[in-house]
Design a binder for this molecule. Sequence first.
Ligand SMILES: [Fe+2]
Ligand SMILES: [Fe+2]
Length: 148
Amino acid sequence: MKTDNTIILEGLNDDLAHEYQAVVMYNTFAATLVGPNRKELEDFFRSEIPDELRHAEFLGNKITALGGRPTTRIAEVPTPKDTRGMLEEVLKAETQTIERYTQRREQAEQLGDLALVNDLEEIISDEAKHKEQTAKMLRGDWQSVPAG
Ligand SMILES: [Fe+2]
Ligand SMILES: [Fe+2]
């Protein structure tokens, strides 16, 4: 039988695998862009990487603190054919990430780990910004998206 801790550890490790996925996705997309707006999109993709690495660092430490082992797994990275496909994959990934962290926040609340609830809310806020910036990019609103 699984304890509550086991369930949240499995979830946090899935979150970690997806943070690694995000880092690889942004780096790969930034390196392989072609066409108009290439520079703006490259800067945009690269600007997300420090946030995702910070989330991965937090998760590794938290998983260890809860008695687990941080995964080295990387969730599968999509391979879109063009720039619009990249933005659509990013939007999908950030949307799913917010859903995962919202579920994790509920689990943390059930465990009574209010510090984790607070930390997850900050991460959700970061991911919501990534999602909003990506949605703007998809509308072709290139100039209004801040680089950082
Ligand atoms: Fe993240
Ligand atoms: Fe993100």
